[in-house]
Design a protein around this ligand. Structure first.
Ligand code: SF4
Length: 571
């Protein structure tokens, strides 16, 4: 249908897709620069032409679209934020931004099934002095308010559905339609998605952005390694007074993950007796039944974590993927018509567990480059590619390049050799190892059931109480605030012809890896044989795990009707 209908076209100078940390930073920086430029022209302190609709010959100089129902609704992270990039945008951020605490005490704890041992020395990459514990959602909402003070609005509930090209040049994005029946026919409230034609398109879609994925494939932008990911599940808890004090940042290794599965847990102290508790599991785990949500629940049951949460109240839940492959997995970040920022470009420092300041800085650098293009009128491909050099020369490149092999070094197990090699990698400033180590797409690492569980899969021993400590997926989905218009086409495009084979070979990993119980296999009651897959798409929290980990790559996540998805609170 979308090919045949007539669409409104809005022309813009710069189109920013996604209002997360990179998108909001790009938008704010660009508008700050345009305003300062125009003011200087107006008061005669600078020669040149104003940047506005008229000089650019467009309907709007800058537009930001966001698929969530409001700015910050889909923003989630641990999070301990390095404030360096936020300080560039807002020198008064310490007084103005909604920060929780400046991190004071760092602990790294190794967990075994029943024990906990604090490492005597905190690894240098895990020292957080000068960083801030934050709710990313709150920070992004605040940035949205700052953007409003610049007399600009984010177009929330507008999802980018596909990239528009002229040959291989990106010329903008098409927004998703609204008011479409599940069978694709229009409802009475049908609204065709607008085409946004832009001189500059900045993709800030976050981890495994659905349009960024299309773009990387179409223009062959992949680096020497594909991007690899982990899934993090997180809750905010209000805990009894005195349970966690001292502006503390705790990271854990070990239980419940086996030695070959990369990941770990965290507990961060927030204001008002709240804690942020979460668990990250790498998506290259060979266990076909790997379940990030179950790992999170087991983590909370560990005595070391339980004693913090017990008697408290769970307030909200969310899940997201994070790109953790490092510099050699970052795709070509710019080309004719476009730039890619933040998580969408894989800009995450895995040994430091930091990505928000890279997202913000890359947004700022994209904005500076876009500003130069708007003022010079030079929109050539090479002008866009200046952004790649700017990122490489910034602290992002300086910090990521030496650790480009960090994630591959963990592939053969974390204790003890992964940590030893990681330490040598750190202290040699990346000189060891001297080669580029290989990574493979996460889904290719999953083993068949028969190989991973030769004696059959053991019985599941986890019991969800749904009121005291561990919550099943559906209860957690409720606490994520996720909703979707039920009468719309399913946004999880599943090639169901592959499902039976996947069930027989891998035991349908989608049932396990989805942290929101979207995928349910209907089995024959007597024989347990596969009958069909049921996809409850309205539970989806937009984490993208399925798009990444499905062993047959038979699931394609596309953006649902704008406004659907989680409504994260304080995450
Ligand atoms: Fe995440 Fe996919 Fe499940 Fe949605 S359906 S919550 S994107 S794994």
């Amino acid at each position: 249908m979308s090919e045949e209908i007539e669409r409104d076209v809005m022309t813009c100078g710069v189109c920013i897709v996604g209002a997360g940390p990179s998108g909001m930073s790009a938008a704010i920086k660009l508008v700050q620069m345009i305003n300062a430029h125009n003011e200087a022209i107006d008061n005669g302190s600078k020669q040149g032409t104003r940047i506005d609709e008229e000089s650019l010959g467009v309907d709007v100089p800058v537009i930001v679209i966001e698929k969530g129902g409001m700015v910050g609704a889909h923003s989630i992270s641990g999070a301990v934020m390095n404030p360096v990039a936020l300080a560039e945008l807002f020198p008064n951020y310490k007084e103005e931004a909604p920060l929780e605490y400046e991190a004071d005490i760092d602990e790294v704890v190794q967990l075994t099934a029943a024990g906990a041992r604090k490492l005597p020395i905190t690894p240098p990459t895990m020292i957080n002095h000068g960083n801030y514990i934050v709710s990313l959602g709150k920070v992004i909402q605040w940035m949205g308010e700052k953007f409003s003070e610049l007399e600009q609005d984010v177009y929330a509930t507008f999802c980018g559905q596909e990239i528009l090209y002229e040959g291989s040049k990106v010329i903008g994005v098409r927004c998703g339609d609204k008011g479409v029946n599940p069978d694709g026919t229009p409802k009475s409230n049908f609204e065709a998605g607008m085409d946004l034609h832009a001189k500059v398109t900045i993709l800030c879609e976050g981890s495994r952005g659905s349009m960024t994925k299309q773009l990387i494939k179409k223009l062959n932008l992949q680096n020497i390694n594909p991007m690899v990911y982990a899934t993090g599940c997180k809750e905010i808890w209000e805990v009894p007074e005195g349970r966690m004090e001292g502006r503390k940042v705790v990271h854990t290794m070990g239980f419940p993950l086996d030695n070959k599965t990369f990941g770990g847990g965290f507990v961060y102290h927030m204001k008002d007796n709240m804690v942020s508790v979460g668990m990250i599991t790498a998506l290259d785990a060979s266990d076909p039944q790997m379940d990030p949500h179950k790992n999170f629940c087991k983590f909370k049951q560990h005595p070391f974590i339980k004693q913090i949460l017990e008697g408290g109240k769970m307030l909200s839940y969310g899940a997201k993927t994070l790109p953790e492959g490092g510099w050699n997995t970052v795709p070509k970040m710019a080309g004719d018509g476009f730039m890619i920022c933040g998580d969408a470009a894989g800009l995450v420092n895995t040994p430091k567990l930091k990505g928000i300041h890279y997202a913000m800085k890359s947004g700022i650098l994209a904005a500076e480059n876009a500003f130069d293009m708007l003022t010079s009128g030079d929109f050539s491909a090479s002008s866009f590619e200046r952004y790649i050099q700017a990122v490489t020369d910034s602290f992002i490149g300086q910090e990521l390049i030496p650790f480009k092999n960090f994630r591959p070094l963990m592939k053969k197990g974390i204790f003890p050799m992964g940590l030893v090699k990681g330490g040598i990698n750190y202290f040699s400033k990346g000189k060891y190892p001297w080669v580029n180590m290989k990574l493979h797409e996460d889904h290719t690492e999953i083993q068949p059931m028969a190989a991973y569980y030769p004696g059959g899969k053991p019985e599941d021993d986890i019991k969800y109480d749904n009121k005291e400590l561990i919550y099943d997926k559906l209860t957690d989905v409720y606490n994520s605030g996720a909703t979707h218009e039920e009468k719309q086409p399913c946004h999880l495009k599943v090639d169901t012809a592959k499902c039976k084979e996947c069930y027989e070979k891998f035991g349908s990993p989608c049932e396990a890896f989805c942290p929101a119980q979207v995928y349910n296999i209907v089995r024959d009651e007597k024989t347990g044989a596969f009958e069909r897959i049921q996809v409850d798409f309205s539970n989806c929290v937009h984490c993208k795990t399925c798009d990444i980990r499905d062993p047959f790559q038979a699931i394609n996540w596309v953006c649902p009707e704008g406004g659907g998805g989680p409504m994260y609170n304080n995450l």
